[in-house]
Write a protein that binds this ligand. Structure first.
Ligand code: HEC
Ligand code: HEC
Ligand code: HEC
Ligand code: HEC
Ligand code: HEC
Ligand code: HEC
Ligand code: HEC
Ligand code: HEC
Length: 500
């Protein structure tokens, strides 16, 4: 039944999913909404001031041009002078598609990049329609000034007009990709597990600056490290880096690695040691054609295993910069998700995942694995939830080590709580205590690794090495501590009674 409904959903969507082209999107409306939704410094703005490097992570809010060169400069002079000032950037740009649009116009139909010709024409049509280009006029190149001052500008005041391109600056030409990326904001969770649009690249700056401890920390040079992953809402060079801006780069798993790694989102490690990642290493790097669009990756690009972008850009056979259309467990497993997996919102997304895997595996194999991963995740969640109750009870009983003598409040806007996130980034006296910290690592690190190991098909990632074995370790630590603390409390009460 499920397979039949899956097949018909796919057919239905394929027949109607002509990618909305640039003409159908109103760039001005998109741009206005992009700025209207942008939180700037966010709701804790009063608590922190940006340091200079942050104007590059969030140019929308903070960028100011340097005053080194106070002059009006012409478009043609950027490269001439910058060959001496920033030669690396000039070379990267000179080799990029942006500097060689005629090469695209002359590609033969057998070239894997031939599809770019239609994209170029669509961009030109859009710019002509909005009057940025004259009717019939072609783009000669995308030069320094187009991104750093405004498309089509002939000259600029270097100390006044210079800007760092935000998402809207790229979106002025790449309306389609901009619109797709912005569409992530429409994600609405059926039982409000996350607020609207979260988690997503489109809201990642907001998520960052509106995390209490981020705003409250006094160590601003450390806090800005969060921004170095949470800048996607602000700019587009997270996956295709400046000044090469290559789609092929973004299609490779390494493009996601800088941000999707580590103790609380180890997707890269999970994937690389899975069979999927190993096949990418052993065959993919040498044999697959990364210039081919994702939609043709299996049939024309030679992929024999999936990549990050392939699995996460895909939705019912269609590929886009909206990466959240199949999200279910999201960042971390919670009861609010586990208890609602039979709701249609979650079920339809699971059917879509089965469709993804069934490009290679049989639908039954795919479902069997995804069911295993769901149930395995819930088994991990149950252990964490049991530990959570113990920790909460210790706190409610006032028994955390130092709770009545040496537990300073965390910096505003954070409020004290057991096992809270702030304890991973701030410590003073006995806050957090060993038990708080152990529980924070349990839900924020081990349970997440367990879940990500399961879904990225990395057996070591959820059995011995990470995941389950770690959950067991912290569970025993919490049980041990609980017993000792309560024995000591009983002893103290006895001594008190005796001394009376
Ligand atoms: C006569 C030389 C000269 C010309 C012409 C020139 N620049 Fe620069 N540009 C500089 C110098 C010098 C800096 C370094 C400023 C600093 O780091 O304090 C710079 C810095 C920059 C930066 C980095 C700013 C930052 O905040 O880090 C950008 C972007 C830039 N220029 C773009 C352009 C563009 C676009 C043009 C052409 C319209 C252009 N430049 C023309 C000399 C020049
Ligand atoms: C397709 C758009 C695009 C073009 C074309 C472009 N840049 Fe940039 N440039 C960017 C983006 C995006 C950033 C990073 C913005 C940020 O981090 O806030 C950037 C940042 C910079 C910086 C400052 C950051 C750093 O790492 O030093 C310099 C300098 C710079 N560009 C110079 C140039 C020069 C010179 C040219 C022309 C040869 C050029 N850019 C062409 C998009 C572009
Ligand atoms: C003045 C218009 C214009 C602006 C502004 C612009 N681009 Fe492009 N870009 C193009 C055109 C035209 C192409 C070639 C057609 C295509 O591949 O989509 C292109 C191609 C690309 C490609 C594919 C290149 C390849 O060889 O794989 C990427 C990625 C890209 N742009 C990203 C960006 C980003 C990110 C920004 C902003 C920092 C940006 N562009 C700003 C016009 C523009
Ligand atoms: C520059 C850093 C960066 C890069 C590069 C990056 N991401 Fe992300 N990604 C993030 C951040 C930060 C979030 C969390 C967003 C939030 O806070 O709401 C995220 C969220 C996501 C989500 C949604 C997560 C959820 O819980 O619903 C998916 C899916 C995703 N990324 C996939 C990818 C893939 C695939 C790639 C590579 C093609 C990639 N990302 C590249 C930083 C990055
Ligand atoms: C999470 C990683 C990621 C981020 C962030 C990202 N892209 Fe992409 N981009 C990709 C991937 C992967 C592809 C290849 C898609 C395909 O083949 O269907 C791509 C393709 C493109 C292309 C098509 C170029 C071509 O010639 O194929 C353009 C243009 C582009 N992106 C622009 C942007 C713009 C503008 C932004 C910011 C709004 C952006 N991208 C943000 C990963 C990313
Ligand atoms: C075989 C397809 C596949 C590949 C390849 C893959 N993932 Fe996933 N990923 C999944 C599945 C399935 C989930 C769990 C989806 C769910 O039910 O929430 C997931 C979950 C995620 C999440 C949490 C958001 C969500 O959808 O719940 C992120 C972020 C993520 N993956 C990033 C990556 C990155 C980065 C890579 C590459 C290093 C990667 N993935 C490779 C299938 C894949
Ligand atoms: C190495 C890159 C990286 C760093 C550094 C980083 N994050 Fe994240 N963050 C991510 C990714 C990736 C996700 C989403 C992962 C997923 O869904 O699997 C995420 C998720 C989140 C979320 C949940 C998503 C949401 O929309 O609410 C919040 C909040 C968050 N991060 C805040 C922070 C704060 C605060 C810091 C610094 C103390 C930080 N992050 C540091 C990459 C990073
Ligand atoms: C592009 C093809 C392709 C796609 C799509 C794909 N896989 Fe795989 N997968 C493979 C290959 C190849 C192997 C290695 C098979 C072997 O070991 O002989 C593999 C291995 C596996 C394994 C390990 C067990 C085994 O048979 O070795 C599991 C589990 C798995 N995949 C699940 C998934 C899931 C779940 C999805 C979707 C989220 C998915 N795969 C998507 C190609 C794919």
């Amino acid at each position: 039944m499920r397979i039949i409904s899956l097949a018909s959903t796919v057919l239905f969507l394929l027949s109607f999913s002509t990618f909305a082209n640039a003409e159908q999107h109103d760039f001005e409306a998109l741009k206005n909404k992009y700025y209207a939704d942008h939180p700037g410094k966010g709701k804790y703005a009063d608590l922190w001031e940006p340091i200079p490097i942050q104007q590059y992570w969030n140019p929308v809010t903070f960028y100011k041009p340097p005053q080194t060169l106070k002059a009006e400069v012409k478009a043609a002079d950027c490269v001439t002078c910058h060959k001496g000032i920033t030669p690396g950037w000039v070379h990267a740009w000179q080799d990029s598609t942006h500097a060689n649009l005629d090469e695209i116009r002359n590609l033969s139909s057998s070239d894997s990049r031939h599809y770019k010709k239609a994209k170029l024409e669509e961009i030109e049509a859009g710019l002509q329609k909005r009057g940025v280009l004259k009717k019939g006029q072609k783009l000669s190149e995308v030069g320094c000034i187009d991104c750093h001052a405004g498309v089509g500008k002939k000259s600029m005041k270097h100390h006044v007009d210079l800007r760092m391109p935000d998402r809207a600056a790229c979106g002025e030409c790449h309306v389609q990709e901009f619109a797709e990326a912005e569409a992530e904001k429409a994600q609405k969770w059926p039982q409000d597990q996350w607020s609207e649009g979260h988690p997503s690249h489109a809201m990642d700056w907001k998520a960052n600056v509106e995390t209490g401890i981020w705003a409250g920390m006094s160590q601003r040079e450390v806090a800005q490290g969060c921004d170095m992953c949470h800048y996607q809402q602000n700019k587009c060079d997270g996956c295709h880096t400046r000044h090469t801006f290559s789609a092929a780069e973004a299609r490779k798993p390494e493009a996601c690695a800088t941000c999707h790694n580590g103790v609380d989102h180890n997707e890269f490690e999970g994937y690389m040691y899975s069979k999927h990642g190993v096949i990418y290493e052993t065959s993919g790097k040498a044999d697959w054609d990364f210039e081919v669009q994702l939609k043709d990756a299996i049939t024309k690009g030679g992929y024999t295993a999936p990549t990050c972008a392939w699995c996460h850009f895909e939705f019912n056979g269609e590929f886009s910069h909206n990466l959240v259309r199949k999200v279910r467990w999201a960042f971390n497993p919670t009861p609010a998700i586990a208890d609602n997996l039979d709701h249609p919102w979650f079920e339809e997304r699971k059917v879509a995942w089965i469709g993804t895997c069934s490009n290679c595996h049989s639908p039954r194999f795919s479902k069997a694995w995804l069911d295993t991963a769901d149930k395995g995740t819930i088994q991990g969640l149950e252990v964490e939830q049991e530990a959570k109750k113990i920790v909460q009870k210790l706190y409610d009983d006032g028994l955390m080590v130092g709770q009545k003598t040496n537990r300073p409040a965390p910096p505003a806007p954070e409020k004290d709580a057991p096992g809270a996130f702030f304890g991973l980034f701030w410590a003073k006296g006995n806050n957090p205590s060993f038990v708080d910290r152990t529980h924070a690592e349990m839900w924020e690190h081990d349970l997440i690794k367990h879940y990500k190991g399961l879904f990225h098909v990395n057996p070591g990632g959820f059995t011995y090495s990470e995941g389950w074995a770690r959950l067991m370790r912290r569970y025993t630590e919490i049980q041990d501590a609980n017993t000792r603390i309560r024995e000591m409390d009983a002893l103290k009460k006895q001594v008190k009674a005796l001394s009376k």
